[in-house]
Design a protein around this ligand. Structure first.
Ligand code: HMG
Length: 440
Protein backbone atom coordinates (compact mmCIF):
# COMPACT_ATOMS: atom_id res chain seq x y z
CA UNK A 1 0.00 0.00 0.00
CA UNK A 2 1.33 3.43 -0.91
CA UNK A 3 2.32 5.58 2.03
CA UNK A 4 0.49 8.92 2.24
CA UNK A 5 1.32 11.77 4.58
CA UNK A 6 2.97 15.16 4.98
CA UNK A 7 5.73 15.54 2.43
CA UNK A 8 6.85 19.00 3.52
CA UNK A 9 5.70 22.03 5.47
CA UNK A 10 6.45 25.71 5.83
CA UNK A 11 5.65 28.08 8.67
CA UNK A 12 4.82 31.80 8.36
CA UNK A 13 4.67 33.83 11.51
CA UNK A 14 3.03 37.24 11.87
CA UNK A 15 5.67 39.98 11.53
CA UNK A 16 5.00 41.58 14.94
CA UNK A 17 5.78 40.38 18.44
CA UNK A 18 4.32 41.17 21.85
CA UNK A 19 6.56 40.38 24.80
CA UNK A 20 4.19 38.89 27.39
CA UNK A 21 6.22 39.01 30.62
CA UNK A 22 8.01 42.25 29.62
CA UNK A 23 5.22 44.37 28.06
CA UNK A 24 1.82 42.72 28.59
CA UNK A 25 2.09 41.59 32.25
CA UNK A 26 3.18 44.99 33.67
CA UNK A 27 0.30 46.74 31.87
CA UNK A 28 -2.14 44.25 33.42
CA UNK A 29 -0.51 44.58 36.83
CA UNK A 30 0.35 40.88 36.79
CA UNK A 31 3.38 38.86 37.80
CA UNK A 32 5.46 38.07 34.65
CA UNK A 33 5.83 34.51 35.96
CA UNK A 34 2.13 33.91 35.34
CA UNK A 35 3.16 33.99 31.66
CA UNK A 36 6.57 32.32 31.71
CA UNK A 37 5.77 29.67 34.33
CA UNK A 38 1.96 29.44 34.50
CA UNK A 39 0.84 29.72 30.88
CA UNK A 40 4.33 28.86 29.58
CA UNK A 41 4.46 31.76 27.11
CA UNK A 42 7.21 34.28 26.36
CA UNK A 43 5.62 36.11 23.44
CA UNK A 44 2.76 36.27 20.93
CA UNK A 45 2.99 36.80 17.18
CA UNK A 46 0.76 39.44 15.57
CA UNK A 47 0.05 40.40 11.98
CA UNK A 48 1.28 43.78 10.75
CA UNK A 49 -1.31 46.03 9.05
CA UNK A 50 -0.61 44.47 5.62
CA UNK A 51 -0.92 40.88 6.90
CA UNK A 52 -3.98 38.70 7.33
CA UNK A 53 -4.97 35.03 7.03
CA UNK A 54 -4.68 35.21 3.22
CA UNK A 55 -1.23 36.79 3.05
CA UNK A 56 0.21 34.58 5.82
CA UNK A 57 -1.25 31.43 4.22
CA UNK A 58 -0.11 32.43 0.72
CA UNK A 59 3.38 33.30 1.96
CA UNK A 60 3.77 29.92 3.66
CA UNK A 61 2.39 28.10 0.59
CA UNK A 62 4.60 30.09 -1.78
CA UNK A 63 7.74 29.19 0.15
CA UNK A 64 6.62 25.56 0.21
CA UNK A 65 5.91 25.32 -3.52
CA UNK A 66 9.07 27.18 -4.48
CA UNK A 67 11.28 25.04 -2.25
CA UNK A 68 9.73 21.81 -3.53
CA UNK A 69 9.93 22.96 -7.18
CA UNK A 70 6.15 22.70 -7.69
CA UNK A 71 3.90 24.40 -10.23
CA UNK A 72 0.10 24.85 -9.91
CA UNK A 73 -0.47 21.80 -12.15
CA UNK A 74 1.13 19.60 -9.47
CA UNK A 75 -1.59 20.56 -6.96
CA UNK A 76 -5.06 18.98 -7.27
CA UNK A 77 -6.56 20.30 -4.07
CA UNK A 78 -6.20 23.38 -1.85
CA UNK A 79 -7.90 23.38 1.53
CA UNK A 80 -7.63 26.23 3.97
CA UNK A 81 -8.45 25.53 7.60
CA UNK A 82 -9.29 28.65 9.56
CA UNK A 83 -11.61 30.05 12.17
CA UNK A 84 -10.75 33.64 11.19
CA UNK A 85 -12.46 33.67 7.77
CA UNK A 86 -13.85 37.02 6.58
CA UNK A 87 -15.98 35.73 3.69
CA UNK A 88 -19.05 33.55 4.25
CA UNK A 89 -19.19 32.52 0.59
CA UNK A 90 -15.81 32.33 -1.11
CA UNK A 91 -13.36 30.01 0.63
CA UNK A 92 -10.07 31.54 1.72
CA UNK A 93 -8.31 29.02 -0.56
CA UNK A 94 -9.57 30.96 -3.62
CA UNK A 95 -7.89 34.12 -2.33
CA UNK A 96 -4.70 32.18 -1.61
CA UNK A 97 -4.75 30.59 -5.08
CA UNK A 98 -5.16 34.09 -6.56
CA UNK A 99 -2.02 35.22 -4.76
CA UNK A 100 0.00 32.18 -5.85
CA UNK A 101 -1.10 32.55 -9.48
CA UNK A 102 0.67 35.93 -9.56
CA UNK A 103 4.05 34.26 -9.13
CA UNK A 104 3.82 30.76 -10.61
CA UNK A 105 3.39 29.77 -14.24
CA UNK A 106 -0.03 28.30 -14.85
CA UNK A 107 -3.09 28.35 -12.62
CA UNK A 108 -5.16 26.23 -10.25
CA UNK A 109 -8.21 25.99 -12.56
CA UNK A 110 -8.41 22.22 -12.14
CA UNK A 111 -7.79 22.07 -8.40
CA UNK A 112 -10.61 21.48 -5.92
CA UNK A 113 -10.63 24.35 -3.39
CA UNK A 114 -12.37 24.47 -0.06
CA UNK A 115 -12.40 25.76 3.47
CA UNK A 116 -12.62 23.64 6.61
CA UNK A 117 -14.06 24.85 9.88
CA UNK A 118 -14.16 23.20 13.26
CA UNK A 119 -12.18 25.60 15.45
CA UNK A 120 -8.55 24.52 15.87
CA UNK A 121 -9.06 20.90 14.83
CA UNK A 122 -9.91 21.93 11.25
CA UNK A 123 -6.21 21.84 10.21
CA UNK A 124 -6.03 18.14 11.08
CA UNK A 125 -9.43 17.50 9.48
CA UNK A 126 -8.07 19.04 6.25
CA UNK A 127 -5.07 16.71 6.44
CA UNK A 128 -7.49 13.81 6.76
CA UNK A 129 -9.52 15.00 3.77
CA UNK A 130 -6.36 15.19 1.68
CA UNK A 131 -5.21 11.75 2.88
CA UNK A 132 -8.59 10.22 2.01
CA UNK A 133 -8.64 11.90 -1.40
CA UNK A 134 -5.22 10.49 -2.27
CA UNK A 135 -5.95 7.04 -0.79
CA UNK A 136 -9.20 6.90 -2.78
CA UNK A 137 -7.14 7.36 -5.96
CA UNK A 138 -8.92 10.55 -6.98
CA UNK A 139 -5.80 12.74 -7.05
CA UNK A 140 -4.56 11.87 -10.58
CA UNK A 141 -0.98 11.84 -9.28
CA UNK A 142 -1.32 15.33 -7.85
CA UNK A 143 -0.60 16.49 -4.31
CA UNK A 144 -2.83 18.45 -1.92
CA UNK A 145 -2.00 21.77 -0.31
CA UNK A 146 -3.37 22.17 3.21
CA UNK A 147 -3.03 25.60 4.81
CA UNK A 148 -3.89 26.27 8.45
CA UNK A 149 -4.01 30.04 8.98
CA UNK A 150 -5.47 32.15 11.78
CA UNK A 151 -5.35 35.42 13.62
CA UNK A 152 -6.20 34.30 17.15
CA UNK A 153 -7.28 37.55 18.79
CA UNK A 154 -9.53 38.01 21.83
CA UNK A 155 -11.42 41.10 22.97
CA UNK A 156 -9.30 43.50 24.99
CA UNK A 157 -9.67 42.73 28.66
CA UNK A 158 -10.80 39.13 28.01
CA UNK A 159 -8.74 36.52 29.91
CA UNK A 160 -7.92 34.98 26.51
CA UNK A 161 -5.96 38.12 25.54
CA UNK A 162 -2.92 36.51 27.20
CA UNK A 163 -2.98 33.59 24.75
CA UNK A 164 -3.28 35.38 21.39
CA UNK A 165 -1.20 34.71 18.27
CA UNK A 166 -1.15 34.76 14.48
CA UNK A 167 0.49 32.62 11.84
CA UNK A 168 0.10 30.02 9.12
CA UNK A 169 1.36 26.51 8.39
CA UNK A 170 1.30 25.21 4.81
CA UNK A 171 1.57 21.43 4.34
CA UNK A 172 2.02 19.36 1.21
CA UNK A 173 0.16 16.04 1.38
CA UNK A 174 1.43 13.46 -1.06
CA UNK A 175 2.28 9.84 -1.78
CA UNK A 176 5.65 8.60 -0.49
CA UNK A 177 6.02 11.54 1.89
CA UNK A 178 9.38 12.79 3.16
CA UNK A 179 8.22 13.98 6.59
CA UNK A 180 5.55 11.79 8.24
CA UNK A 181 3.26 9.01 7.07
CA UNK A 182 -0.30 9.14 8.42
CA UNK A 183 -2.00 5.98 9.63
CA UNK A 184 -5.58 4.76 9.37
CA UNK A 185 -5.85 4.52 13.17
CA UNK A 186 -7.74 7.43 14.69
CA UNK A 187 -9.75 8.10 17.83
CA UNK A 188 -12.32 10.83 18.44
CA UNK A 189 -13.93 12.52 21.43
CA UNK A 190 -16.70 14.85 20.27
CA UNK A 191 -19.60 16.66 22.00
CA UNK A 192 -21.70 19.79 21.47
CA UNK A 193 -20.11 22.42 23.76
CA UNK A 194 -20.48 26.20 24.08
CA UNK A 195 -17.40 27.22 26.07
CA UNK A 196 -15.74 28.91 23.06
CA UNK A 197 -17.70 30.23 20.08
CA UNK A 198 -17.88 33.11 17.58
CA UNK A 199 -21.46 33.38 16.25
CA UNK A 200 -21.17 36.24 13.73
CA UNK A 201 -18.59 38.03 15.83
CA UNK A 202 -14.93 38.80 15.41
CA UNK A 203 -13.71 37.95 18.91
CA UNK A 204 -14.68 34.72 20.65
CA UNK A 205 -17.05 34.44 23.60
CA UNK A 206 -15.06 32.17 25.84
CA UNK A 207 -15.41 30.61 29.25
CA UNK A 208 -11.68 30.06 29.61
CA UNK A 209 -11.65 27.90 32.73
CA UNK A 210 -14.36 25.61 31.38
CA UNK A 211 -12.63 25.42 28.00
CA UNK A 212 -9.63 23.86 29.74
CA UNK A 213 -11.84 21.15 31.27
CA UNK A 214 -13.63 20.50 27.97
CA UNK A 215 -10.25 20.13 26.20
CA UNK A 216 -9.15 17.53 28.78
CA UNK A 217 -12.45 15.60 28.68
CA UNK A 218 -12.50 15.35 24.86
CA UNK A 219 -8.80 14.41 24.75
CA UNK A 220 -9.36 11.55 27.21
CA UNK A 221 -12.31 10.28 25.16
CA UNK A 222 -10.23 10.48 21.97
CA UNK A 223 -7.44 8.47 23.61
CA UNK A 224 -9.91 5.79 24.70
CA UNK A 225 -11.37 5.66 21.20
CA UNK A 226 -7.87 5.53 19.66
CA UNK A 227 -6.92 2.61 21.90
CA UNK A 228 -10.07 0.78 20.86
CA UNK A 229 -8.70 0.66 17.28
CA UNK A 230 -4.92 0.74 17.73
CA UNK A 231 -4.68 -1.29 20.96
CA UNK A 232 -3.34 -0.13 24.31
CA UNK A 233 -0.73 2.60 24.17
CA UNK A 234 2.44 2.56 26.32
CA UNK A 235 4.19 5.88 27.17
CA UNK A 236 7.40 4.72 25.46
CA UNK A 237 5.65 3.74 22.21
CA UNK A 238 6.12 7.20 20.74
CA UNK A 239 9.06 9.58 20.48
CA UNK A 240 6.99 12.76 20.80
CA UNK A 241 3.38 13.65 21.46
CA UNK A 242 2.56 16.96 19.74
CA UNK A 243 -0.76 18.25 21.10
CA UNK A 244 -2.91 21.25 20.23
CA UNK A 245 -1.18 24.05 22.15
CA UNK A 246 -3.34 27.10 22.93
CA UNK A 247 -0.57 27.78 25.48
CA UNK A 248 2.06 25.36 26.82
CA UNK A 249 0.44 25.22 30.30
CA UNK A 250 -2.60 23.57 28.68
CA UNK A 251 -0.42 20.80 27.26
CA UNK A 252 1.20 20.34 30.68
CA UNK A 253 -2.26 19.37 31.97
CA UNK A 254 -3.13 17.25 28.90
CA UNK A 255 0.18 15.37 29.06
CA UNK A 256 -0.36 14.42 32.71
CA UNK A 257 -3.84 13.18 31.90
CA UNK A 258 -2.58 11.23 28.87
CA UNK A 259 0.28 9.69 30.85
CA UNK A 260 -2.05 8.54 33.61
CA UNK A 261 -4.45 7.21 31.02
CA UNK A 262 -1.88 5.13 29.16
CA UNK A 263 -0.25 3.80 32.35
CA UNK A 264 -3.53 2.91 34.08
CA UNK A 265 -3.80 -0.68 35.31
CA UNK A 266 -0.22 -1.47 34.26
CA UNK A 267 2.97 -2.47 36.05
CA UNK A 268 4.20 1.13 35.53
CA UNK A 269 1.23 2.38 37.56
CA UNK A 270 1.91 -0.17 40.32
CA UNK A 271 5.52 1.00 40.60
CA UNK A 272 4.45 4.66 40.61
CA UNK A 273 1.71 4.01 43.18
CA UNK A 274 4.25 2.38 45.47
CA UNK A 275 6.67 5.29 45.08
CA UNK A 276 3.93 7.89 45.60
CA UNK A 277 2.18 5.98 48.37
CA UNK A 278 -1.28 6.49 46.85
CA UNK A 279 -3.62 3.99 45.26
CA UNK A 280 -5.05 5.04 41.85
CA UNK A 281 -7.12 1.86 41.28
CA UNK A 282 -10.92 2.12 41.58
CA UNK A 283 -11.29 -1.41 42.97
CA UNK A 284 -9.36 -0.40 46.11
CA UNK A 285 -12.16 1.98 47.18
CA UNK A 286 -15.69 1.44 48.47
CA UNK A 287 -17.20 4.54 46.87
CA UNK A 288 -16.56 6.74 43.88
CA UNK A 289 -15.96 9.91 45.85
CA UNK A 290 -13.06 8.55 47.89
CA UNK A 291 -11.59 7.02 44.71
CA UNK A 292 -11.73 10.41 42.97
CA UNK A 293 -10.09 12.14 45.94
CA UNK A 294 -7.33 9.53 45.98
CA UNK A 295 -6.88 9.77 42.21
CA UNK A 296 -6.52 13.56 42.42
CA UNK A 297 -3.85 13.18 45.08
CA UNK A 298 -2.10 10.50 43.02
CA UNK A 299 -2.08 12.79 39.95
CA UNK A 300 -0.72 15.72 42.00
CA UNK A 301 2.19 13.56 43.14
CA UNK A 302 2.64 11.84 39.77
CA UNK A 303 3.84 15.02 38.07
CA UNK A 304 6.71 15.30 40.57
CA UNK A 305 8.05 11.75 40.08
CA UNK A 306 11.37 11.35 38.25
CA UNK A 307 9.79 8.86 35.87
CA UNK A 308 7.08 11.27 34.75
CA UNK A 309 9.41 14.29 34.64
CA UNK A 310 11.86 12.42 32.40
CA UNK A 311 9.06 11.28 30.07
CA UNK A 312 7.67 14.84 29.93
CA UNK A 313 11.12 16.35 29.25
CA UNK A 314 11.74 13.93 26.37
CA UNK A 315 8.29 13.50 24.85
CA UNK A 316 6.34 16.70 25.48
CA UNK A 317 8.61 19.64 26.27
CA UNK A 318 10.32 19.70 22.82
CA UNK A 319 6.89 20.13 21.17
CA UNK A 320 6.36 23.47 22.93
CA UNK A 321 9.41 25.51 21.88
CA UNK A 322 7.84 27.43 18.97
CA UNK A 323 4.50 27.86 20.72
CA UNK A 324 6.23 29.58 23.66
CA UNK A 325 7.34 32.33 21.27
CA UNK A 326 4.16 32.74 19.20
CA UNK A 327 1.08 31.93 21.33
CA UNK A 328 -2.01 30.26 19.92
CA UNK A 329 -2.25 29.82 16.13
CA UNK A 330 -5.58 27.96 16.39
CA UNK A 331 -5.66 25.63 13.32
CA UNK A 332 -1.87 25.73 12.91
CA UNK A 333 -1.07 25.09 16.55
CA UNK A 334 -0.73 21.29 16.59
CA UNK A 335 1.24 21.48 13.35
CA UNK A 336 3.84 23.84 14.82
CA UNK A 337 4.02 21.45 17.81
CA UNK A 338 4.99 18.62 15.43
CA UNK A 339 7.52 20.88 13.66
CA UNK A 340 8.92 21.99 17.00
CA UNK A 341 9.46 18.38 18.13
CA UNK A 342 11.21 17.36 14.91
CA UNK A 343 13.33 20.51 14.96
CA UNK A 344 14.45 19.66 18.49
CA UNK A 345 15.27 16.09 17.36
CA UNK A 346 17.35 17.46 14.47
CA UNK A 347 19.22 19.82 16.79
CA UNK A 348 19.92 16.94 19.19
CA UNK A 349 21.13 14.72 16.30
CA UNK A 350 18.44 12.09 16.97
CA UNK A 351 17.71 9.43 14.39
CA UNK A 352 13.94 9.70 14.04
CA UNK A 353 13.28 7.65 10.91
CA UNK A 354 10.63 5.01 11.71
CA UNK A 355 9.76 6.62 15.08
CA UNK A 356 6.14 7.22 16.03
CA UNK A 357 4.48 10.51 16.95
CA UNK A 358 1.20 10.48 18.86
CA UNK A 359 -0.63 13.56 17.61
CA UNK A 360 -3.46 15.09 19.67
CA UNK A 361 -5.60 17.68 17.85
CA UNK A 362 -8.40 19.65 19.43
CA UNK A 363 -11.03 22.20 18.45
CA UNK A 364 -13.45 24.00 20.71
CA UNK A 365 -17.07 23.24 20.17
CA UNK A 366 -15.69 20.53 20.84
CA UNK A 367 -13.73 17.68 19.32
CA UNK A 368 -10.42 15.96 19.96
CA UNK A 369 -8.68 13.53 17.64
CA UNK A 370 -5.72 11.26 18.31
CA UNK A 371 -3.70 9.58 15.60
CA UNK A 372 -0.24 8.13 15.12
CA UNK A 373 2.30 9.16 12.47
CA UNK A 374 5.54 7.53 11.41
CA UNK A 375 8.58 9.69 10.69
CA UNK A 376 9.87 9.11 7.14
CA UNK A 377 13.37 8.97 5.67
CA UNK A 378 14.00 12.51 4.42
CA UNK A 379 12.60 14.26 7.52
CA UNK A 380 15.96 15.89 8.38
CA UNK A 381 16.17 17.71 5.05
CA UNK A 382 12.58 18.93 5.38
CA UNK A 383 13.05 20.25 8.90
CA UNK A 384 16.46 21.74 8.10
CA UNK A 385 14.81 23.81 5.36
CA UNK A 386 12.58 25.67 7.85
CA UNK A 387 13.61 29.26 8.62
CA UNK A 388 11.34 29.69 11.63
CA UNK A 389 14.14 30.90 13.93
CA UNK A 390 15.03 33.68 11.48
CA UNK A 391 11.37 34.68 11.21
CA UNK A 392 10.95 34.82 14.98
CA UNK A 393 14.06 36.94 15.40
CA UNK A 394 13.07 39.34 12.59
CA UNK A 395 9.71 40.27 14.18
CA UNK A 396 9.19 43.90 15.17
CA UNK A 397 8.66 44.13 18.93
CA UNK A 398 5.63 46.26 19.78
CA UNK A 399 5.38 48.57 22.75
CA UNK A 400 2.01 48.87 24.49
CA UNK A 401 0.73 51.74 22.30
CA UNK A 402 1.67 49.80 19.13
CA UNK A 403 -0.18 46.76 20.46
CA UNK A 404 -3.36 48.71 21.19
CA UNK A 405 -3.31 50.15 17.67
CA UNK A 406 -2.74 46.76 16.02
CA UNK A 407 -5.42 45.13 18.10
CA UNK A 408 -7.96 47.87 17.38
CA UNK A 409 -7.59 47.78 13.62
CA UNK A 410 -7.27 44.02 13.05
CA UNK A 411 -10.99 43.57 13.12
CA UNK A 412 -11.60 42.29 9.58
CA UNK A 413 -12.24 45.90 8.59
CA UNK A 414 -9.11 46.31 6.57
CA UNK A 415 -10.16 49.76 5.34
CA UNK A 416 -9.04 51.24 8.64
CA UNK A 417 -5.70 52.94 8.16
CA UNK A 418 -2.84 51.79 10.34
CA UNK A 419 0.83 52.54 10.12
CA UNK A 420 3.06 49.67 9.09
CA UNK A 421 5.66 48.70 11.65
CA UNK A 422 7.64 46.60 9.17
CA UNK A 423 8.00 46.74 5.39
CA UNK A 424 6.86 43.73 3.34
CA UNK A 425 9.84 42.17 1.62
CA UNK A 426 9.30 39.63 -1.16
CA UNK A 427 5.96 38.61 0.34
CA UNK A 428 2.23 38.90 -0.33
CA UNK A 429 0.76 41.94 1.36
CA UNK A 430 -2.80 43.16 1.76
CA UNK A 431 -3.25 46.42 -0.10
CA UNK A 432 -6.95 47.16 0.25
CA UNK A 433 -9.98 45.21 -0.99
CA UNK A 434 -9.74 44.26 -4.63
CA UNK A 435 -5.97 44.14 -4.37
CA UNK A 436 -5.78 41.17 -2.03
CA UNK A 437 -2.38 39.77 -1.43
CA UNK A 438 -0.35 41.80 -3.88
CA UNK A 439 3.24 40.68 -3.95
CA UNK A 440 5.66 43.35 -2.71
P1 HMG B 1 -6.27 33.43 33.63
O1 HMG B 1 -7.35 33.73 34.59
O2 HMG B 1 -5.67 34.56 32.89
O3 HMG B 1 -5.04 32.73 34.29
O4 HMG B 1 -6.87 32.38 32.59
P2 HMG B 1 -4.94 31.85 35.62
O5 HMG B 1 -5.13 32.70 36.80
O6 HMG B 1 -5.79 30.61 35.46
O7 HMG B 1 -3.41 31.45 35.54
C1 HMG B 1 -2.93 30.66 34.51
C2 HMG B 1 -1.89 29.69 35.11
O8 HMG B 1 -0.79 30.47 35.58
C3 HMG B 1 -2.41 28.90 36.31
O9 HMG B 1 -1.78 27.64 36.25
C4 HMG B 1 -1.88 29.68 37.49
O10 HMG B 1 -1.72 28.92 38.66
C5 HMG B 1 -0.54 30.14 36.94
P3 HMG B 1 -2.65 26.30 36.55
O11 HMG B 1 -3.09 26.42 37.97
O12 HMG B 1 -3.81 26.32 35.59
O13 HMG B 1 -1.69 25.20 36.28
N1 HMG B 1 -0.01 31.35 37.61
C6 HMG B 1 1.27 31.47 37.99
N2 HMG B 1 2.33 30.64 37.90
C7 HMG B 1 3.53 31.09 38.39
N3 HMG B 1 3.70 32.32 38.94
C8 HMG B 1 2.65 33.17 39.04
C9 HMG B 1 1.38 32.76 38.55
N4 HMG B 1 0.16 33.36 38.48
C10 HMG B 1 -0.68 32.47 37.90
N5 HMG B 1 2.84 34.37 39.60
C11 HMG B 1 -7.02 31.00 30.66
C12 HMG B 1 -6.13 31.43 31.83
C13 HMG B 1 -6.32 29.89 29.92
C14 HMG B 1 -8.34 30.50 31.20
C15 HMG B 1 -7.22 32.23 29.74
O14 HMG B 1 -5.98 32.65 29.21
C16 HMG B 1 -8.16 31.96 28.58
O15 HMG B 1 -9.37 32.12 28.71
N6 HMG B 1 -7.60 31.60 27.35
C17 HMG B 1 -8.42 31.35 26.16
C18 HMG B 1 -9.08 30.01 26.16
C19 HMG B 1 -8.08 28.88 26.02
O16 HMG B 1 -6.98 29.04 25.52
N7 HMG B 1 -8.50 27.68 26.44
C20 HMG B 1 -7.66 26.50 26.31
C21 HMG B 1 -8.50 25.24 26.08
S1 HMG B 1 -9.65 25.42 24.74
C22 HMG B 1 -8.64 25.33 23.31
O17 HMG B 1 -7.51 24.97 23.38
C23 HMG B 1 -9.29 25.74 22.02
C24 HMG B 1 -8.84 27.07 21.46
O18 HMG B 1 -7.52 26.96 20.95
C25 HMG B 1 -9.80 27.57 20.39
C26 HMG B 1 -10.30 26.63 19.35
O19 HMG B 1 -10.23 25.42 19.35
O20 HMG B 1 -10.93 27.19 18.49
C27 HMG B 1 -8.78 28.16 22.52
Amino acid sequence: MTAVGIDALEIWTGNLKLDLPGTFAPQKGEDPEKYTKGLGLNASSFPDSYEDIVTMGANAAHRLMERKGLEPDDIGRIDVATESAFDNSKPVSTYVAGCLEQVFDGDFHHANKGERKFACIAGTQSLDDAYNWIKAGRNRGRAALVIATDTALYARGDAGEATQGAGAVAMLIDEDPSLVELSTHQGYGSADETDFLKPNQQFPSVDGKRSVQVYLARMREALEDYESVAGDVHPDDFAYAPFHTPFPGMVRKAALLAYRHVTRDTAVEDELAEEIGRQPRAEAFDDEESFHDALREYMDSLKDTDRYREWYAETIDPTLAISREVGNWYTGSVHIARASALKSALEAGKDMTGSTLLVGSYGSGAQAEIHAETVCPGWEEEIEALNVDEQLTARYEMDWADYEEVHDVHNHDMDVEMEEFTAPEGEFAFDGWGRMGERK
